[in-house]
Design a protein around this ligand. Sequence first.
Ligand code: AMP
Length: 329
Amino acid sequence: MYLQCCNHTHEPIMLLDGVAVTIGRSAGTKILDKLCSRTQLQIVANHSKKYAMVKQLGANPSQIDGINIGQGKTDKLSVGKILHVVGMKYPHKLSIYLSPKDVDDRKCDKKGTSSLKSRENMHNSQKNKTSENFDNGTAADVGPPRATVSKSSHWSQGLKSSMTDSSLQVYKDDRVIVIKDKYPKAKFHFLVMPVENIVSTVHLNSAHASLLDHMWKVGRDIAKRSCDDDTKTRFRYGYHAVPSMSHLHMHVISQDFDSPSLKTKKHWNSFTTEYFVDAEDIIHEIKTEGKVKNRRHMTELLKNALRCHICHTELKNMPQLKKHIKDCR
Ligand code: AMP
């Protein structure tokens, strides 16, 4: 689930199921107002019930649909409802998932009131979704534990700081930065990211075609460079259908999948099913359609049975799968 700023002053804040997130005056929310505490609100999402419980920690009043919560009190914020962070200002809307429409958010006007139409749309869209749609399989192990969720910057924004981390950076030019994936799912696993702030594939348009070509070319060069002693190492280049991390990133991943960070069925399926969308397909869509297809329904693939990506044998569990792929050639 996401808390989306109705005034578009900052990027959506991802809310993991049951994980407390504190928001308030910070660089992340761009709220500078001294009336707002640095820890104004604590928010805990309940994905299956499609609401979030919001506790007002700060002294000045916060509102849900115009009604004060009260300091130390907790109130329910349902999907589509508006939360004003302090003093009927800084409206945010709770959404199930991001879409270009949600991000542009024409449904939420500047006063922060959600129109009837938007509520109807939200209701209709919810009918076809399940709580599984929120979990894309890599999210679970990349976020910090509950007690350490940053107050100013959510873990889903982590790639932004990693981009400039010299211990992770392997390449940089005027258009892209390449870093090592912090939780590699294979022997070689890199992320190619544009310098330009693009949230994800759904924010791409035809003007980005040459950037995507460049990202793909740089990715192939990095792959070649990283294992030039072993030309047999096979790589794939692509994007997750529903990325967990903000800031566009193309995975460059060797197909050995030999890594202790590859732990779960969701990790596996996110790199070995159609959930992993080849860079060429994304580039083709941008060049022919001017936009990237909506692939939210693909989260279902993360529940697939475990199958070897080479011989397609079904394996019972991750230890068996990992043992099998060591020898399967
Ligand atoms: P996805 O958003 O699903 O395409 O995948 C995000 C990737 O980012 C995963 O492969 C994570 O292992 C990786 N990752 C998560 N947090 C960080 C971080 N702070 N720095 C670098 N890589 C990260």
